[in-house]
Design a binder for this molecule. Structure first.
Ligand code: 13P
Ligand code: SF4
Length: 332
């Protein structure tokens, strides 16, 4: 069984064990949560059924904060690899499992540690600020980790005379340069989901829905952000839709967030911003690798597990702790 499981994880990223089709997976996941003192953390980009069974749903900052304070013995992460890795860094002595090890991130992939290390060496005396969507190796090379919820506050907290390298998202970086007035050196990385929205299709949608507000994630490219009515992290976008008096919204981020928006404002209309391809909406293929079945199996067998070198945990924890400290002080 152990050998088979290892082979499955190496080959597919997840355990491929047949599940009795009559099994009530929702009830089984709830049973396993109690039996193993487990917590199920889910990102807003997960499928609706996963969000509905999670103990906590949130953005990257909220998920890191929950991971830091949990008393659970087993952390089950319905998200992507860098998120589960962050939970492990914050909980070196706990077991952290990810339903599918191949749930990666194009943004994290766009910043290999060796190349980034050489880039950093070209700009000595610069503070390194990295978006949480990066590997633990990049975190270990960073002074501060940020998310889209706290990036502005953290950049503003860095003394004005200090030069800043920002990695890996050039779009969030450019947005922060504009917001903070800081002249940052940007790593050339991007998210595959947020870069493919079609300005032309969005303009047509706006003609059809003249009252709709366009709300966008800062991982989107500058021309889209320039025409947006509101820009923010997934949590900020959700809050905006709850508080706004508008009735229609065109949402330029991954479509998973629409589930919570619709649940909390059933009277409002949410339209996913269309990408520049034949699909009507924009899913993250990494986030969508997780399924209820994979979650059930990884809770039952406690695999695939995030395992890390203790030295890397120690080095990568420092900039995450700084982020959590500044966020707490700012009331985020
Ligand atoms: P937030 O949920 O922190 O806004 O991040 C969005 C994202 O792309 C996560 O992968
Ligand atoms: Fe990475 Fe983009 Fe997917 Fe988020 S949406 S996990 S940034 S590829």
């Amino acid at each position: 069984m152990i050998n088979q499981a290892k082979q499955d994880i190496d080959k597919n990223g997840y355990l491929s064990i047949d599940i009795d089709p009559t099994l009530d997976i929702f009830a089984e996941i709830q049973r396993l949560k109690k039996e193993k003192n487990a917590i199920l953390l889910a990102h807003y980009y997960q499928d609706a059924d996963i969000q509905d069974i999670a103990d906590y749903i949130g953005d990257s900052l909220g998920l890191a904060q929950q991971a830091e304070k949990t008393t659970a013995d087993l952390i089950v992460f319905a998200g992507v690899h860098f998120m589960a890795e962050t939970a492990k860094i914050l909980n070196p002595h706990k077991k952290v499992v990810l339903p599918d090890m191949k749930a990666g991130c194009s943004l994290a992939d766009s910043c290999p540690a060796e190349e980034f290390s050489a880039f950093k060496a070209q700009h000595p005396n610069h503070v390194v600020v990295s978006y949480i969507n990066c590997t633990a190796d990049i975190k270990a090379l960073s002074d501060y980790i940020v998310t889209s919820s706290n990036a502005e506050v953290i950049v503003n907290s860095i003394p004005k005379e200090k030069g800043i390298i920002f990695a890996p998202d050039k779009n969030l970086g450019a947005y922060l340069v504009k917001k903070t007035g800081r002249d940052m050196i940007l790593w050339d990385g991007a998210c595959m989901v947020h870069e493919i929205f079609s300005l032309e299709k969005i303009a047509k949608l706006k003609l059809k829905h003249p009252e709709a507000l366009l709300i966008s994630h800062p991982e989107c490219e500058a021309p889209l952000l320039e025409i947006s009515d509101f820009i923010g992290s997934t949590t900020a976008l959700l809050k905006f839709t709850q508080q706004s008096t508008a009735k229609e919204f065109i949402v330029a981020t991954e479509t998973g967030i629409l589930h919570k928006m619709q649940l909390s404002s059933p009277e409002k209309t949410f339209i996913p911003a269309p990408p520049d391809n034949s699909c009507a909406c924009n899913d993250c293929p990494h986030m969508k690798r997780n399924t209820l079945e994979k979650i059930y199996l990884c809770m039952q067998y406690e695999q695939p597990e995030i395992l890390m070198d203790p030295l890397l945990i120690e080095k990568s924890r420092l900039p995450i702790d700084r982020m959590l400290e500044i966020s707490a002080k700012a009331g985020l």
